[in-house]
Design a protein around this ligand. Structure first.
Ligand code: MN
Length: 129
């Protein structure tokens, strides 16, 4: 199993935070700053897990999740998707699950929660725990 994580997120500060946190554990991070480029990256690369922001500048995270689940690339029908929602109290979480995400976490991003949620699907490489 690989350790390639795709993060679809338009906020560069969050992108940098997550990149540092995951690379320190030995994962490789693929970056996409729009929904459409994220779908394209998922379809053209080997991706073991997707981290998905909901508020994106083009198509939103719900639509990204639906497109991944409906992709011609069969691995994307079951690749783990973790939604990262800004409005967990306003129904984002339920909508994320309904659109095909496996779990969700709320912003602001808590690094320990991020590690735990990622490792539940993709164990960290040997020697990096
Ligand atoms: Mn955003």
């Amino acid at each position: 199993m690989g350790h390639n994580i795709l993060y679809i997120e338009d906020n560069p500060d969050n992108m940098m935070l997550v990149k540092r946190a995951l690379e320190s554990r030995g994962y490789a991070l693929l970056e996409a700053f729009t929904g459409l480029s994220g779908v394209e990256a998922a379809e053209s690369s080997d991706v073991d897990l997707v981290l998905l922001d909901i508020n994106l500048p083009d198509i939103d995270g719900y639509e990204v999740a639906r497109r991944l689940r409906g992709s011609q690339k069969s691995a994307l029908t079951y690749v783990p998707i973790i939604a990262i929602t800004a409005n967990a109290l306003k129904g984002d979480a339920e909508k994320a699950l309904a659109s095909g995400c496996d779990v969700y976490m709320s912003k602001p991003i808590n690094i320990r929660e991020l590690w735990a949620r990622v490792e539940a699907f993709v164990p960290a490489p040997e020697g990096k725990k």
